[in-house]
Write a protein that binds this ligand. Structure first.
Ligand code: GDP
Ligand code: MN
Length: 380
């Protein structure tokens, strides 16, 4: 779950990280009600769940209410990287003497939290040369001590007072990351003001989606889901959209992953997968199948190992959808397990062939996918 800047800022301040004061508005009317209390000059900042707002024209400065209203008018409704601005954060403008960068994120290659800091903040961190970014992975047994923080900050060449403030902020940022079950907490820029105060002038926070239930107090934006994934979540179905175009319906996380791997092995790409889980309701299978159709795959590959989810239950659900609304792409099925003979009978009666061999089925799915791509004059 990604947080909007103003929400991330609130989270930071809860952990003692200094940040400028601001107000969020979502209309000119709301602005009119607060405009006289704003700490001018202010920064007028688009609230969207993406970075690079400055470059896109979503961050403007205003000396007074009239200027702020004008910027607000321009920014509300603006599109930034395909996202529409619905809220604007009006925040005290500070004079920046220097812009640093600080973050804590989950480093997947070392499987550890990683703390990063750079004296070259305020720009896209991807554009900062690697030797200007100072990194430290943190072992959970030792934690991130003030000694670690001092050591990292020592790379920045700051004077003593600022180094002390940055060290304290870095420790608090790590605590924020840990206590909030975040995947990422980023301050860019971490600004040093003309008066020598260090403040978090931006906030990028992402809470691990599997842990949001532990943090009902953390307000967030949308979860990182597509519209179909959201629909599936509401229906209690495990459904994930990927880059490829072969739709996979399997049961159990293990078989589902193995099916995606098998497709990849034979040169295909899973586009969406759906885990039937343990179900014995043809209705649930129908719901799953309908969701799959909405994802517009070029082939549907049903790979089933019947257990709690009996093979014939799935076959019944699939055939019912086919009879009621059809399917205009090829369906490849591989069925094993509980009631497999019955399942094959049901499918074959409806004109659907069912194989037993997962390799053969995966190869067939890829072949049909390639044929479909060929007749359409190119892949998806
Ligand atoms: P982003 O472009 O989405 O990362 O938005 P930021 O919140 O980081 O703002 C972009 C840039 O605007 C910053 O890097 C600063 O250069 C500038 N900026 C934002 N707030 C202030 C401020 O209070 N004072 C000054 N001087 N510059 C600011
Ligand atoms: Mn920023």
């Amino acid at each position: 779950m990604k947080l909007y800047e103003y929400q991330g800022r609130d989270l930071f301040t809860r952990f003692g990280i200094p940040a400028p004061e601001g107000v969020v508005v979502s209309s000119v009317e709301e602005f009119e009600a607060v405009k006289d209390d704003l700490p001018y000059p202010v920064v007028v900042k688009a609230q969207v769940l993406t970075g690079g707002r400055g470059k896109a024209g979503g961050v403007k400065f205003a000396d007074n209410a009239d200027e702020a209203r004008e910027h607000l008018d321009n920014i509300l409704g603006m599109e930034i990287k395909g996202l529409t601005v619905e809220k604007v954060f009006l925040v005290e403008m500070l004079d920046f003497a220097q812009e640093l960068y600080a973050s804590v994120l989950l480093d997947r290659s070392s499987r550890l939290p990683m703390v990063m800091i750079s004296a070259e903040g305020g720009v896209d961190i991807e554009s900062v040369p690697d030797d200007k970014i100072h990194k430290m992975t943190v072992h959970p047994f030792t934690g991130f001590s003030s000694y670690h923080a001092r050591h990292l900050v020592g790379n920045l060449g700051l004077d003593k007072d600022q180094a002390k403030q940055v060290t304290s902020i870095l420790s608090k940022l790590y605590t924020t990351y840990l206590e909030s079950d975040a995947d990422l907490v980023e301050i860019n820029p971490l600004a040093i003001t003309g008066e020598g105060k260090v403040v978090a002038a931006d906030a990028k926070v992402s809470i691990n989606d599997a842990a949001t239930f532990r943090h009902p107090d953390i307000e967030g934006g949308e979860e990182d889901l597509t519209a179909l994934e959201k629909e599936a979540q509401e229906k209690g179905i495990a459904f994930v959209q990927l880059d490829g175009d072969i739709g996979v319906i399997a049961n159990g996380a293990g078989l589902t992953m193995a099916t995606l791997d098998a497709l990849e092995h034979y040169g295909g790409n899973g586009g969406v997968f759906l885990d039937l889980g343990g179900t014995d309701s043809p209705e649930k299978v129908m719901t799953c199948f309908r969701l799959m159709k909405k994802a517009n795959p070029s082939v549907v590959f049903l790979n089933l190992f019947g257990g709690i989810t009996k093979a014939d239950t799935v076959a019944k659900g699939v055939v019912q959808v086919l009879e009621e609304e059809g399917l205009d792409v090829p369906l490849v099925t591989r069925i094993r397990g509980v009631n497999e003979e019955k399942a094959r009978e049901i499918l074959e009666a409806a004109g659907v062939e069912a194989t037993q061999d997962p390799k053969e089925a995966a190869q067939l799915a890829v072949k049909l996918r390639n044929e479909a791509a060929g007749t359409n004059g190119g892949g998806a």
